[in-house]
Design a protein around this ligand. Structure first.
Ligand SMILES: C[S@@+](CC[C@H](N)C(=O)[O-])C[C@H]1O[C@@H](n2cnc3c(N)ncnc32)[C@H](O)[C@@H]1O
Length: 479
């Protein structure tokens, strides 16, 4: 079928539907309105002034938005004149409605903070033109929120594209293609947009968010210690989900500002591991702070972790220690706080502890860190901690020795230059590094991972021994 024919069929279908579109007699509307709550929830995440609705139809989404945020400025565009006529009859203030083709948006460059497109782009025969056009009209840092059909598996999507749509088109519809994640990602990428989120949601829907990068990010990728990008990307992507298990607003902000493709840093196993360890460490730190409210929390190799915002008790003083370039990035994106101190230092030059008080209970966090050091270095680091901090706890992520040297088998670390050089079979092995240290518990991340998916349960049964774990040590006299 030609591009012109698809568009003629679309217009004829929606000309017939326009008058009854927003009634329960138009099946397609009943389907479309299921998208609106998720779109509203997405829009609420960031402020905006100017919004464009592509393929707005009779503008039901703009009606909702206009009621909720009447002070904002809205534009709707649709190919079908009758849809726009019905929308205009609503006489909404601050809403401009235009007949036009989304493959060539007739608006000035950099005009909108956000573009939404619900159940429309599967009608566009030149879909890349649509994405390119969205890129042009979005302001730097602006978002495209895309809702459309997709299928649970690529086999079902293949059947839909090759059997169902051709049949449906014979009955007078102009449906071109049902897209999957990889296709949408490529469309975004070719247009210069960064796809930040693609989730398959209820009712065979995709929920996708892509962003036009900011022209001048305050952060550059070269600034960053690359392994810290893995948990950062995972926390950002988890936070963007509909029901996040952990929420990290800073991770979302930093990843958006960096404009990096998170795919290579966010794979299923790493994702589940990072979410699990974040929950487990958050929980352990919270419990320790309940018992020792004015403790000193020292996060060594902190990367961009923002545990402070999740578990701070209003009393503890937090010290974040990392390489100078990571700390420089942290300084740019985290607001200064009187109970948070940033330390740019090398963990193997003992001066990193200068200035950290040692007269209180200290909670040391070594998350995603020790496995990148040699055994000698781990020993030297722990000896220094032991010598400097008389009493406290250390929360250490430990790796199995089976994994050492096998970073190329790891789903995300293989994409960095990092090497796994330290692993122990049993957390008690570290007790011997420092006199008086006692392992008080050691828990595999699978204890948490298995709560969330069948794959997690199976993984826990088959590979429990090989998974990283959280070891908690106690040292000195706590009283
Ligand atoms: C299923 S309706 C969705 C309407 C509305 N977005 C909603 O969620 O209720 C699809 C709309 O996309 C419009 N459309 C299809 N192709 C288009 C194109 N190339 N440019 C602009 N609008 C288009 C149709 O005219 C129709 O109004």
């Amino acid at each position: 079928m030609t591009d012109k024919k698809y568009k003629e069929l679309t217009m004829s279908e929606f000309t017939k539907a326009a008058e009854i579109y927003e009634t329960d007699h138009a099946g397609v509307y009943n389907m479309c309105k299921k998208d609106y709550p998720d779109v509203l929830a997405e829009l609420e995440k960031e402020p905006f002034d100017d919004l464009l609705d592509c393929g707005c139809g009779t503008a039901p989404m703009l009606t909702l938005l206009n009621e909720k945020y009447p002070e904002k400025h809205y534009t709707g565009i649709d190919l079908t004149p009758k849809m726009i006529e019905v929308a205009k009859a609503k006489n909404m203030k601050n809403v401009e409605l235009v007949v036009g083709d989304c493959e060539n948006l007739p608006f000035e460059e950099n005009s909108f903070d956000v573009v939404i497109c619900c159940q429309s782009f599967h009608h566009y025969p030149n879909v890349q033109d649509f994405f390119n056009s969205v890129y042009r009209v979005l302001r730097p840092g602006g978002r495209l929120v895309l809702r459309d059909m997709t299928m649970k598996t690529s086999a079902v999507r293949w059947l839909c594209n090759n059997v169902e749509l051709p049949l449906v088109n014979l009955t007078g519809h102009g449906d071109v293609h049902v897209y999957g994640k990889a296709e949408v990602k490529a469309l975004c990428k070719n247009a210069g947009l960064n796809m930040e989120l693609f989730e398959k949601r209820d009712f065979c829907r995709m929920h996708c968010v892509a962003r036009k990068p900011k022209e001048q990010s305050v952060i550059s990728l070269g600034d960053v210690q690359e392994t810290a990008l893995i948990p950062l990307a995972i926390k950002a992507n988890e936070s963007r989900r509909k029901s996040p298990r952990i929420y990290d607003a800073k991770a979302v902000e930093i990843i958006s500002a960096l404009g990096i493709d998170t795919d290579k840093y966010d794979k299923f196993a790493s994702h589940e591991g990072v979410v699990a360890r974040t929950i487990m460490i958050d929980r352990t730190v919270s419990k320790l702070l309940e018992k020792h409210p004015d403790a000193i929390v020292v996060n060594i190799g902190c990367g961009f972790d923002d545990r402070f915002s999740r578990v701070d008790n209003g009393k503890a003083h937090w010290y974040h220690v990392d390489h100078a370039d990571s700390i420089e990035v942290r300084r740019k994106v985290f607001e200064p706080h009187e109970r948070q101190t940033l330390i740019a230092g090398d963990l193997f030059e003992n001066s990193w502890t200068n200035g950290i008080p040692n007269d209180k209970v200290t909670i040391i966090i070594a998350e995603g860190l020790l496995m990148y050091f040699t055994e000698d270095k781990v020993k030297a680091l722990m000896e220094h901690i032991h010598a400097y901090f008389p009493r406290g706890f250390m929360l250490a992520e430990l790796m199995s020795p089976i994994a050492t040297g096998n970073e190329k088998m790891h789903d995300t670390v293989k994409n960095t230059n990092a090497r796994f050089t330290f692993g122990v079979k049993d957390g008690r092995e570290l007790e011997s590094y420092c006199d008086g240290w006692k392992l008080i518990n050691e828990t595999s991340f699978f204890a948490e991972i298995k709560k969330y998916s069948v794959a997690g349960k199976i993984g826990s049964l088959l590979a429990g021994k090989f998974m990283n774990r959280l070891a908690v040590y106690k040292f000195g006299d706590q009283q």
